[in-house]
Design a protein around this ligand. Structure first.
Ligand code: ADP
Ligand code: ZN
Ligand code: ZN
Length: 803
C-alpha cells in the first residue's frame, strides 16, 4: 500500500480476518506507522509472506474503492513524471482526507464487533439495531449517513451506545430544535444579490450565517435545508436568522421557484466550425486534443458549453477546469443555469466536508459535469468523455507544492487514458501548446473575431521616457492617460487600471548609505504600505514599522521608491477627487467573496475606476469598460526568468481584452519605458502570431522549452553553509553533465533566502524527457542514500517560475 510520506517505497500490512474479503485495491485503510496512524491506499492484496513482520491494518475506510484503475494509473504517472512520492500524489488526488477529521463518526467497539458477529447468524434486516450494526461493521459512519439509510436509526444508535457496542469520535451535542421541519424547507438567496450588498455595507453577521451565505452564492439555486445540515454547520438556524434579516428566502418543498433555462444561442460561423470538429471527435470516441485559440471576447465559453452538451448526449461525463481566480460565483452560476443539478462545482474555498460531498456526488454519477480549479482534474467523473481547460496558459494550473503537477498536462494524460477529448482554450496559448498544435499533436481551432464583429480595442503605447523629457517630471500618469480617464468620467464610462505591484512604494532605501530595507526572513525588499503604515514582505508576511532613521547609518534620509497599487490609487484621488475608485489586490481582497463583491460593484457601476494587480486582467466581461490603462508594462520584464516576455505578453493582451466588450469600442493605453520590446510591441498590436514567431526563435536558440525538457532543483536549508554544501554535493554528481543534458548551477537562487531558508538551485535542460527523468530519479536516490531531510530537496519538473 501507499502511504502519504515522502518516501518512495510501498508498504506491506497484514489484514485481520474480518477485513480480508472486504478490502479492495483502491480503498483507503487506516494503519499504524511508527507511533502515528496514517491513511493509506491499497495498491495490491496478496498472500505472499512478507520478509518482515507486517503490522495489522486498523480499519477499512471505504467500502467502495476511491481510486479505480484509471485513477491509480494516473497517480503512478504523476509520481513518475514529476518525481514525487506516490503516497503524496494519491493524497493530493482525493479531497476526502478531511472527512474523517471533521465529522462525527460512529464506530463499533470490540464488544460491539463480537456481538455483531454472533447476532449476524440470526440477522433480521428489519430490526434497525441489526441494520445499524451491519453498516458499522464495514466502517465508521456519520450520523446523517446512518439516519438516511436506516429508518429509526436514532433509537438504535442510542441503545447500542448504552450497551457499549458503539463509540463516537468527537462527541458533540447534536440537538437542533428546528431540525424537524428542516426536511421540507428549501433555502436560497434572495434575487438581486442582497447578500453581497449587505457585506458591502459591512454589516457583521455571525460566522455560520456568513458560511451559509457563501455556500449559497457558490451554489446558486434552492437547497433542501436538511440536506445542507451535514455540509454547512448550523444551516437551519442560520437560514432562519438570515431569512429574518431578509437575506435569504425560505420556501417549502411544494412550490419551488424554478430558474429560467439559459437561452441557447446561435453559434457564429467560426464557433460552429470549432464546435462541429469537437463534436465529431467526441462521437469518434478516441483521444483527441484541440487548441481553441480565440481572441478575447470571441465566445470560447459558448463553444465549451455546446461541446459539454454534446458529450452528455453521448452519455459521457465532462470536466471543465478554470484558473483559480476565475471560478467566481457568477461563473458557477452560469454553469448551474445551463446544467442544473448535474453540475458539481469544486471550489478551493470549500470546506473539506463540502468538497467530500461534491466528490461523492460525482463518484455516484449524480453529477456528470464538473467545474473546478486545478485539483478538479482528479474528480472521479464517470465515463469521462471531454475535458476543457479554459485559459490553458494560466500559471495557477501549476501546483507550487509537492507534487508539483500542472493540471493542464495531467488533464491531457487523463483524457488519453479515458479515450476522451481535450479542448485547451486561450487567447494567448502557452508556447508549448501552440508548438504542439504546429506539430499537429493538437488540432488548432481558431476564433479570429470578437462576437458580433465587435472591434478589438485600439491599443496605444505611451513612451514614458519621452513623457519625462517633455514634462521634466517623474510622474505615475502620463498626460494622455489622465486625459483619457477624465474623458471616461465625463461620459459615465468605466476605466480599469492595471499595475502589477501591491503596496504604496516598492521599497524604502536610505539616500545616504544606499541601504535597502529587507525582510529578516527572505532576501527581498519590504514593500511600504501606507494605509497601515507598515512595511510588508510579500513572500512571508513579515511586517515591520517604518523606522525614522536608517538602521545602518542612522541618517534621516529614507526615501520611498517605485509605485505600487496603493500609490496608484492615492494619486488618482488627487487627480480626480470626485471619482469613485475601487482597488483590488491582495491587500484589499481578503477572500473569494470579497473579490466577487468588488467586481460585482464595479459591474453595477458603483465605481468609475477599478485599480488592481493582475487579478483584474483575467477573464472578466464588463461591457461598460471602455478604457484600460496599464500603468507600467515593464514590471515583469526585469525578472530573471526565461518566461518573463511570455508572461508580459499574456498579461498585456489579456488586459487589453477587457476593453470595449460592450457596444462602445474601447481603447487601451500602455505606459512603458521599453516601447521597442517585442513582447510589448506585439501585445499592443494584439498580434499573437508575430509574437509566437519571435518567441519560438528565442526558445530554440536558447534550448528552452518546448525545445528541451526542463527541471529546476532547489536545495534548501536553514543554515546557509549547509544548503551550499548540499548543493555542491549534487553539483558533484552532475559534473561532468551526462550526454544530452545541460546543467546550470548550482547557484544561489534568485530569491536566495525565503522564509528563513537559504536556497540554491540547479537548472537542468535535457534534450529528451526520458533522459531528464532518469537523471532526476538518480538525484532523488542520491538524496535518500545520503539521508537528506525530505524538505531539503525540491524537484520541480516543467517549472513555471524560476525565482
Ligand atoms: P471569451 O471567453 O472568448 O473571451 P466569452 O465566451 O466571454 O468570450 O464571450 C464574449 C461574449 O459574447 C459573452 O457575453 C457571451 O455571452 C457572448 N456570446 C458568445 N457567443 C455568442 C453568440 N454566438 N451570439 C451572441 N453572443 C455570444
Ligand atoms: Zn543609511
Ligand atoms: Zn519575508
Amino acid at each position: 500500500m501507499s502511504l502519504p510520506v515522502p518516501l518512495e517505497q510501498v508498504f506491506t500490512y497484514s489484514l485481520p480476518e474480518t477485513l480480508q474479503h472486504r478490502v479492495q485495491v483502491g480503498c483507503r485503510v487506516f494503519v499504524p506507522f511508527g507511533v502515528r496512524k496514517l491513511t493509506g491506499v491499497v495498491l495490491a492484496t496478496h498472500d505472499d509472506a512478507p520478509d518482515i513482520e507486517a503490522r495489522d491494518v486498523l480499519r477499512l475506510i471505504d467500502e467502495e474503492p476511491v481510486f479505480n484503475c484509471e485513477m491509480l494509473a494516473l497517480g503512478r504517472w504523476i509520481a513518475a513524471y514529476y518525481c514525487a512520492p506516490l503516497g503524496e500524489v494519491l493524497r493530493t488526488m482525493t479531497p476526502l482526507t478531511g472527512e474523517l477529521r471533521s465529522s462525527k463518526m460512529y464506530e463499533l467497539t470490540d464488544a460491539g464487533r463480537d456481538a455483531a458477529r454472533q447476532l449476524m447468524l440470526t440477522a433480521d434486516d428489519k430490526d434497525p439495531v441489526m441494520h445499524v450494526m451491519r453498516l458499522l461493521e464495514g466502517r465508521p459512519l456519520t450520523a446523517p449517513y446512518i439516519k438516511q439509510k436506516v429508518p429509526g436509526a436514532a433509537n438504535a444508535l442510542r441503545s447500542l451506545q448504552k450497551k457499549g457496542f458503539i463509540q463516537i469520535e468527537d462527541v458533540q451535542a447534536d440537538r437542533d430544535p428546528m431540525r424537524a421541519s428542516a426536511e421540507r424547507l428549501r433555502v436560497q438567496l434572495l434575487p438581486g444579490d442582497t447578500g453581497l450588498e449587505t457585506c458591502a455595507t459591512g454589516r457583521k453577521l455571525p460566522k455560520w450565517e456568513r458560511e451559509l451565505l457563501a455556500y449559497l452564492e457558490l451554489h446558486p439555486g434552492s437547497h433542501n435545508l436538511a440536506q445542507l445540515e451535514p455540509i454547512v454547520k448550523n444551516a437551519s438556524q442560520s437560514a432562519r436568522s438570515l431569512a429574518r434579516k431578509k437575506l435569504v428566502e425560505l420556501t417549502t418543498e411544494s412550490h419551488l421557484p424554478l430558474s429560467d433555462p439559459r437561452p441557447i444561442r446561435t453559434l457564429n460561423p467560426a464557433q460552429l466550425v470549432a464546435y462541429q470538429e469537437i463534436e465529431a471527435a467526441l462521437r469518434n470516441g478516441k483521444f483527441q486534443a484541440f487548441l481553441l485559440q480565440g481572441v478575447t471576447g470571441s465566445g470560447k465559453t459558448e463553444v465549451y458549453l455546446r461541446a459539454i452538451d454534446a458529450c452528455l448526449a453521448l452519455d459521457r461525463g465532462a470536466l471543465l477546469l478554470v484558473p483559480e481566480i476565475a471560478l467566481t460565483p457568477a461563473v458557477a452560476g452560469q454553469f448551474f443555469t445551463r446544467f442544473g443539478d448535474q453540475v458539481a462545482i469544486l471550489h478551493s474555498a470549500f470546506s473539506d466536508v463540502e468538497r467530500a460531498e461534491q466528490w461523492r456526488r460525482i463518484q455516484a454519477g449524480t453529477s456528470r459535469v464538473v467545474v473546478g480549479t486545478r485539483s478538479g482534474v482528479f474528480a472521479p467523473v464517470r465515463n469521462l468523455g471531454l475535458v476543457v481547460i479554459d485559459e490553458e496558459h494560466d500559471a495557477s494550473y501549476k501546483q507550487q507544492d509537492t507534487p508539483r503537477y500542472n493540471g493542464r498536462d495531467v488533464a491531457i494524460v487523463r483524457a488519453q487514458g479515458a479515450n476522451a477529448c481535450v479542448v485547451l482554450g486561450s487567447a494567448t496559448p502557452s508556447l508549448e501548446s501552440r508548438y504542439n498544435a504546429e506539430r499537429e499533436k493538437y488540432r488548432l481551432l481558431h476564433l479570429p473575431d470578437r462576437i458580433e464583429q465587435r472591434p478589438m480595442a485600439e491599443v496605444e503605447l505611451i513612451d514614458m521616457r519621452r513623457e519625462f523629457l517633455e514634462t521634466r517630471k517623474q510622474a505615475t500618469y502620463s498626460r494622455r492617460l489622465l486625459d483619457a480617464i477624465a474623458g471616461r468620467l465625463e461620459k459615465g464610462e468605466q476605466t480599469m487600471l492595471l499595475l502589477n505591484r501591491r503596496g504604496f512604494a516598492s521599497f524604502v532605501v536610505c539616500r545616504s548609505c544606499g541601504e535597502r530595507l529587507e525582510c529578516v526572513n527572505c532576501s527581498v525588499t519590504l514593500t511600504y504600505h501606507r494605509r497601515d503604515r507598515r512595511m510588508l514582505c510579500h513572500y512571508c508576511d513579515y511586517a515591520s514599522r517604518v523606522p525614522s532613521i536608517c538602521p545602518k547609518c542612522q541618517s534621516e534620509y529614507l526615501q520611498f521608491i517605485g509605485i505600487g497599487s496603493e500609490k496608484v490609487e492615492d494619486e488618482l484621488h488627487q487627480h480626480f477627487p470626485t471619482a469613485r475608485i475601487a482597488r483590488m489586490d491582495r491587500d484589499t481582497v481578503t477572500g473569494k467573496r470579497h473579490y466577487e463583491k468588488i467586481l460585482h460593484g464595479f459591474r453595477e457601476r458603483e465605481f468609475d475606476i477599478l485599480v488592481g494587480t493582475q487579478m483584474i486582467a483575467k477573464g472578466h466581461d464588463i461591457p461598460n469598460v471602455t478604457l484600460v490603462g496599464v500603468v507600467s508594462a515593464d514590471v515583469g520584464l526585469g525578472m530573471p526568468d526565461f518566461r518573463a516576455a511570455e508572461r508580459t505578453f499574456q498579461l498585456l493582451t489579456q488586459a487589453a481584452g477587457r476593453a470595449g466588450r460592450g457596444n462602445i469600442p474601447g481603447i487601451v493605453l500602455i505606459q512603458t519605458i521599453n516601447p521597442d520590446h517585442y513582447a510589448i510591441r506585439f501585445a499592443s498590436a494584439q498580434n499573437y502570431e508575430g509574437y509566437y514567431e519571435k518567441e519560438i526563435q528565442f526558445r530554440k536558440l536558447m534550448r528552452y522549452p518546448p525545445f528541451s525538457a526542463l527541471a529546476n532543483i532547489l536545495v534548501r536549508s536553514e543554515k546557509q553553509d549547509h544548503a551550499m554544501a548540499l548543493s555542491a554535493e549534487l553539483g558533484g554528481i552532475l559534473n561532468p553533465a551526462p550526454e544530452g543534458i545541460k546543467v546550470l548551477g548550482p547557484a544561489e537562487a534568485p530569491m536566495s533566502k525565503l522564509k528563513n531558508e537559504f536556497r540554491y538551485q540547479i537548472l537542468i535542460k535535457a534534450a529528451s524527457r526520458k533522459r531528464l527523468n532518469e537523471l532526476l530519479q538518480q538525484i532523488r536516490r542520491f538524496a535518500t542514500e545520503r539521508k537528506w531531510s525530505p524538505a531539503a530537496l525540491v524537484i520541480d519538473v516543467d517549472p513555471l517560475n524560476l525565482i
